[in-house]
Write a protein that binds this ligand. Structure first.
Ligand SMILES: [Zn+2]
Ligand SMILES: [Zn+2]
Length: 127
């Protein structure tokens, strides 16, 4: 958001998903997170970032990396996918970005939240 921290990726994401778990709701300040997954090797980071590790609703850790200047949440590392990085789609500021193929924790979404017919609803999250 402020430009201090930026990430660049090459190639296409291996997956695009949204998540309505309570951690994503609280951490984003919105009612779902929306992230694109890339191999860590496809990402380069410039600028300072801080990390906050928490236990997700699945019981595994997630480490959110954010800009210490403006607080923008930029990318996350996930215990369940050690070779990948999940980048917050909002950071691309690209309204044509692919929609989520999966909504995780759909069981916890706000009732008004509708998703495209192509988006698979999971009550929890992939194992
Ligand atoms: Zn979540
Ligand atoms: Zn910033």
């Amino acid at each position: 958001m402020c430009g201090q921290l930026s990430v660049a990726v090459t190639g296409e994401p291996s997956g695009v998903y949204a998540c309505s778990c309570k951690s994503c709701q609280r951490g984003s300040g919105s009612v779902f997170s929306y992230a694109a997954v890339y191999p860590i090797s496809a990402m380069s980071v410039s600028g300072e970032h801080k990390a906050y590790r928490y236990t997700s609703d699945s019981g595994r850790w997630v480490e959110g990396h954010f800009c210490p200047t403006c607080g923008a949440n930029v990318f996350s590392l996930l215990e369940i996918q050690p070779d990948d990085v999940a980048i917050a789609v909002g950071c691309f500021a690209d309204a044509s970005f692919a929609p989520p193929s999966i909504l995780c924790w759909a069981s916890r979404r706000h009732e008004w939240l509708k998703v495209p017919g192509s988006t698979q609803l999971l009550d929890t999250q992939p194992e």
